[in-house]
Design a protein around this ligand. Structure first.
Ligand code: PHE
Ligand code: ZN
Length: 849
C-alpha cells in the first residue's frame, strides 16, 4: 500500500491542550541498544480545553507497561502515539518504554555519538524518548534520574544527588519537552564561574571529549561576555546555579538551548588559533551568545505552537547580532548580515520555498528552521525598533518579560506589548509576519526650485499560496549629500505605508545625492536607475557605512552584468573606485575587505533572472574570474602595499581588529596570487602559525592551480582533527574548476574519512559542491545527479539533514530548459524513492511546485 500523502497542520486549527502537566519524573536506564525510560507524569484537565481526549505523542517506542493512578491500562497505540480513557480529575500516568539510541541515526530524540549519549528534542524529538504531550504550550517541572555506567551524567537544572552509576537532576523552571536534555558519557570539563548582578554564583562548564579540553577557553569567555551583556543591555540574569554546555560531533544543526544544558555541534564551540579561523571564532562567539540569550527569549518565555517559532528565533538572532555589534564592529556586522540575508533569505523568498516569517501551515516543522524564520524574523525586530525608537523598544521588552514570564506566547502577544507601550497600531506591521516575499521598492527622484522629492512605489511579487500582497510599512532611513560630499540632510526615518508615496525636502541649494535605505533599514530590494558616477560618489562620500559598501557592490554588480550580457570589458569606473577605497587608510580594514568582495554567483544569477535573462552559471563564473584577474592587474601595487602593511605581528588574537587586518591582507594576497602563480601564498602557507593564515594561503594556492603539495601537507598535519578535516574536504571542492566540481565531491565522498552519518562531513562535501554554482549546475547534469544520489542514500539515515540540503534545487526555475529538465528528473527520482521521509517528501514536493 502506498503511504498516504503527509497532511499539513494549520495555525488556524490551534486548540489548547486537553490536559496540563504539573510535574514529570523520568528515570533513564541507559544501554546503547535498549534504554529503558520510566515516566511518571502528573496530569490535570485543562479548564480552557475544548476536548477531553487524552492523547500522548510517541514514536518508535516499545511500550513495556502503562498505568493510570497505579492501575495497569492497555492503551490504544498508533505510529504517532497513545490514547487512553482517563479520569475527569487530576491523575498520575506512568509508563515504561524501551528505545534504541544506538540505532538512532536521525539524531533526534536520544542517540549516540562517539559512545556518548545525547538528546535533541526540538522541535518534536521528545516523543521519540517517551509518551508525552510533546507540544510547547505544555510546560512542566522535570525531575530526572539517570542510571548508567558513564562517568558524567547530565540533565537540565540543578544536580540534586549523585552516586556510583547514577545522578539526579531537578529543573525548577517549568519548560516544554523540547527543552529537555540528557547527556551521558566519558567527558571532561573546562570549568569557570560567573557571579550575576544580584550575586548568584553560577558554576559554568564546557563538557568535551577527552583531548578537546584545550579547545574551550574562547567559548567560555564568550559565555561570560554574553551573560554580562544580557544583564547590562536587557536586564536579564541567569536563573540557575549551574550552566552546562556540551560539545557533540554528530548534530544536525548549530546548537540547542536546552534549559541549563546547551548542546552544541562541536564545530560551533571548540576552537584554537591553530585549528580555527577568525570567522570560526566570530561564529562561535555569536552562537554561544544566541543559545545563552534563549534562556529568556525562548525558555522563560516560549512559543505557544511551532507556527510562532520566529517569536523566539527572530528575537534571539536579533539579540545575538546586537551583541556581536557591541563586541566587534557594528557596521561590519551589519554588512555581513545583509550579505547573508540576501544570499539565503532573499533566495528563499524568491523561490518555491517562500513562506511567511510566521507560516500558516506546515507538514514537517523541521523544514521551517529557515533563513526566513531566523534572519528575516530578526530583520522584523530591527524594523520595529527603528519605527518605535530605542526607548520604546526597551520599555516594550521589559513589559514583554514581565507580563509573559513562564508563558507560551504568540506573535500577537509580542506585538501587543509594543502597541501598549507606544499607542501605535501594528496591524499593518503584522503583514511582515503573515505575507511572504521580498518587497521591491522602486524610487525616482525630482528636483525643482530648491525642492527635492523622492517618489517611492512598493510591490511584492506573488509567492506560493499567496497571490495578492498588501502594502507594508517600510521604514526608509534616508540621508542627503551635497555635491561636495557634505551631508545636507542627516539620516532621518521616512515611514512608507502606501503602495506609492512621495517625500519632499525643501530649501536645498542644489540637487542632492540621496543615500536611501541606510543601514539597510528594511529587508527590501531597492530598485533605482543610478549612474556609475553617483555610485562612485557614494562609495567615496557616504557617511553611512552600509550604503557606502552598497554603492561599491552595486557598481561591481552592474559592471559584471554588462560583462555577462553585453560582453563588456571590466568597468574602469569600478576599478578606479575600488582602488581609491582600498587604499583609504581612514577606513576600517575589515570594511575594506568586505568592499573588495564581489557579488556571489548565485546573487548574480538571481539578478539576471529578475532582469528577464536566463542566467548561465558558467558565463557568470567566467565573468567573475575575468573581473578578478583584471582587478588584480589594475591594483597590483595597492594589493602588495596592503598585504604588507596589514600583516599582524602581535601574538594571535581572534578579535575584530586583528581579524580585520588579516581579512584585508588576505584579500590582497588573493589578488597577488592571480599574478605570481601563488609564490607569496606558498611562503605564507609555510610560515603560518594560525588557521586563518594557513587556510587563506592554501585557498590562494588552490585558486592558482598550485595547491597539490599544500593539499597533502595540510592533510598530513591535520588528519587527526575532525573539524579541520571538514575544512580540508570543503576547500578542495570549492576551489575545483566548474568542470571538476562534481568529480572532486565524488572523490572525497569515497575518501576513507568520509562518513555519511556525520552531518558536518556530509555538508563539508555536498554543501561545498552546491556552493559552487558553476560546478553544481554543470550543463551535463552530473552535479545534480551526484547530489540526488547522495540525498537518496542519506534520507533513510537522516531525514532532517537530507531535507535541508534539498534546497540546493530551489532555484531551478531560473535556469534554461535543458537544466530545468535535468533538475526535474532528479527531483522526481528522489520523490519516487520508496519509503522517502516526510521531511524530504515535503521539501521536494514544494520545490517541484
Ligand atoms: N533552537 C536552535 C537554535 O536556534 C536550533 C535547533 C533547532 C537546533 C532544531 C536543533 C534542532 O538555537
Ligand atoms: Zn535559536
Amino acid at each position: 500500500m502506498k503511504d498516504a500523502a503527509p497532511q499539513p497542520v494549520y495555525l488556524s486549527d490551534y486548540t489548547p491542550p486537553a490536559y496540563l502537566v504539573d510535574e514529570v519524573h523520568l528515570t533513564f536506564r541507559l544501554a546503547p541498544e535498549a534504554t529503558r525510560v520510566l515516566s511518571k507524569i502528573r496530569f490535570r484537565p485543562n479548564p480552557d480545553a475544548q476536548s477531553r481526549e487524552f492523547f500522548l505523542h510517541g514514536e518508535a517506542l516499545r511500550l513495556i507497561r502503562a498505568t493510570i493512578d497505579g492501575a495497569e491500562i492497555s492503551p490504544d497505540i498508533t505510529p504517532e502515539g497513545l490514547r487512553a480513557q482517563v479520569p475527569d480529575a487530576p491523575f498520575t500516568f506512568e509508563a515504561e518504554v524501551e528505545i534504541n539510541p544506538a540505532a538512532n541515526t536521525a539524531l533526534e530524540g536520544l542517540y549516540m555519538s562517539n559512545g556518548m549519549y545525547c538528546t535533541q528534542c526540538e522541535a518534536e524529538g521528545f516523543r521519540k524518548i517517551t509518551y508525552y504531550p510533546d507540544r510547547p504550550d505544555v510546560m512542566s517541572v522535570f525531575s530526572v534520574r539517570i542510571e548508567g555506567d558513564a562517568p558524567v551524567l547530565l540533565s537540565n537544572g540543578d544536580a540534586v544527588a549523585q552516586g556510583d552509576g547514577f545522578a539526579e537532576w531537578h529543573d525548577p523552571w517549568p519548560k516544554p519537552a523540547y527543552l529537555f536534555a540528557l547527556v551521558a558519557g566519558d567527558l571532561v570539563n573546562h570549568p569557570d564561574r560567573f557571579t550575576t548582578r544580584s550575586g548568584r554564583d553560577v558554576e559554568l562548564n564546557i563538557w568535551v571529549r577527552p583531548g578537546d579540553e584545550g579547545k574551550c577557553a574562547f567559548g567560555m569567555e564568550a559565555l561570560k561576555k554574553s551573560m554580562k551583556w544580557d544583564e547590562e543591555v536587557y536586564g536579564r540574569e541567569y536563573d540557575l546555579d549551574i550552566f552546562n554546555i556540551v560539545a557533540v560531533d554528530d548534530f544536525n544543526m548549530g546548537a540547542m538551548e536546552n534549559k541549563g544544558l546547551n548542546i552544541f555541534n562541536s564545530s560551533c564551540v571548540l576552537s584554537t588559533p591553530k585549528t580555527s579561523t577568525d570567522a570560526n571564532f566570530e561564529r562561535i562567539e555569536a552562537i554561544i551568545a544566541h543559545e545563552y540569550f534563549h534562556n529568556w527569549t525562548g525558555n522563560r518565555i516560549t512559543c505557544r505552537d511551532w507556527f510562532q517559532l520566529c517569536l523566539k528565533e527572530g528575537l534571539t538572532v536579533y539579540r545575538d547580532s546586537e551583541f556581536t555589534s557591541d563586541m566587534r564592529s557594528a557596521p561590519v556586522k551589519r554588512i555581513s548580515d545583509v550579505i547573508d540575508l540576501r544570499a539565503r533569505q532573499f533566495r528563499e523568498d524568491n523561490g518555491p520555498l517562500a513562506h511567511p516569517v510566521r507560516p500558516a501551515s506546515f507538514v514537517e516543522i523541521n523544514n521551517f528552521y529557515t533563513a526566513t524564520v531566523y534572519e528575516k524574523g530578526a530583520e522584523l525586530i530591527g524594523m520595529l525598533k527603528r519605527l518605535v525608537g530605542d526607548e520604546a523598544y526597551k520599555k516594550a521588552l521589559n513589559l514583554y518579560f514581565e507580563r509573559h514570564d513562564g508563558q507560551a506566547c504568540t506573535i500577537e502577544d509580542w506585538l501587543a506589548v509594543f502597541e501598549e507601550v507606544t499607542g501605535r497600531d501594528l496591524v499593518q506591521f503584522k503583514l511582515w509576519y503573515e505575507e511572504a516575499g521580498t518587497p521591491r521598492l522602486k524610487v525616482r527622484d525630482e528636483f525643482k526650485d530648491g525642492t527635492y522629492t523622492l517618489h517611492f512605489e512598493q510591490q511584492t511579487p506573488a509567492t506560493p499560496g499567496q497571490d495578492t500582497k498588501h502594502p507594508r510599512v517600510i521604514p526608509i532611513a534616508l540621508g542627503l549629500l551635497g555635491v561636495n560630499g557634505d551631508e545636507v540632510q542627516e539620516t532621518r526615518l521616512l515611514e512608507m505605508t502606501q503602495a506609492a508615496q512621495s517625500f519632499s525636502f525643501n530649501g536645498l541649494a542644489s540637487r542632492p545625492i540621496p543615500s536611501i535605505l541606510r543601514d539597510f533599514s528594511a529587508p527590501v530590494i531597492l530598485e533605482r536607475d543610478t549612474s556609475n558616477a553617483e555610485r562612485a560618489f557614494l562609495l567615496a562620500h557616504d557617511t553611512d557605512p552600509f550604503n557606502k559598501w552598497e554603492a561599491g557592490r552595486a557598481l561591481a554588480r552592474d559592471g559584471i552584468i554588462a560583462m555577462i550580457r553585453e560582453g563588456a570589458a571590466p568597468d574602469p569606473a569600478y576599478l578606479d573606485a575600488v582602488q581609491t577605497m582600498a587604499r583609504d587608510e581612514t577606513l576600517d580594514p575589515a570594511f575594506r575587505a568586505l568592499a573588495l568582495g564581489l557579488p556571489s554567483e548565485d546573487d548574480l544569477a538571481q539578478t539576471l533572472f529578475d532582469m528577464g535573462s536566463t542566467p548561465d552559471p558558467q558565463a557568470i563564473w567566467e565573468a567573475l574570474e575575468q573581473l578578478r584577474n583584471a582587478r588584480a592587474k589594475h591594483i597590483e601595487a595597492v594589493a602588495r602595499e596592503l598585504n604588507k602593511a596589514h600583516q599582524v605581528t602581535a601574538p594571535y588574537r581572534p578579535d575584530a581588529e586583528q581579524s580585520g587586518a588579516r581579512a584585508l591582507s588576505n584579500a590582497a594576497l588573493a589578488m597577488i596570487s592571480r599574478l605570481d602563480g601563488g609564490a607569496l601564498a606558498a611562503r605564507q602557507f609555510e610560515s603560518a602559525d594560525n588557521m586563518t593564515q594557513q587556510l587563506a594561503a592554501w585557498s590562494c594556492l588552490l585558486q592558482a592551480g598550485a595547491g597539490e603539495t599544500a593539499t597533502q601537507a595540510f592533510y598530513d598535519q591535520w588528519q587527526e582533527d575532525r573539524l579541520v578535516v571538514d575544512k580540508w574536504f570543503s576547500l578542495q571542492i570549492v576551489h575545483a574548476s566548474p568542470e571538476e566540481t562534481a568529480e572532486a565531491a565524488s572523490r572525497l565522498a569515497n575518501h576513507a574519512d568520509f562518513n555519511i552519518r556525520n552531518p558536518n562531513r556530509f555538508r563539508a562535501t555536498f554543501g561545498a559542491m552546491v556552493m559552487s554554482p558553476a560546478g553544481f549546475h554543470h550543463a551535463s547534469g552530473k552535479g545534480y545527479r551526484l547530489l540526488a544520489d547522495w540525498l537518496i542514500r542519506l534520507d533513510p539515515l537522516n531525514p532532517q539533514t537530507t531535507a535541508r540540503m534539498c534546497s540546493a534545487f530551489e532555484t531551478w526555475r531560473r535556469y534554461d530548459d535543458a537544466r530545468q529538465t535535468l533538475i526535474k528528473a532528479e527531483l522526481d527520482r528522489i520523490l519516487a524513492t520508496p519509503g522517502l521521509s516526510r521531511d524530504t517528501t515535503e521539501m521536494v514536493t514544494r520545490i517541484r511546485g
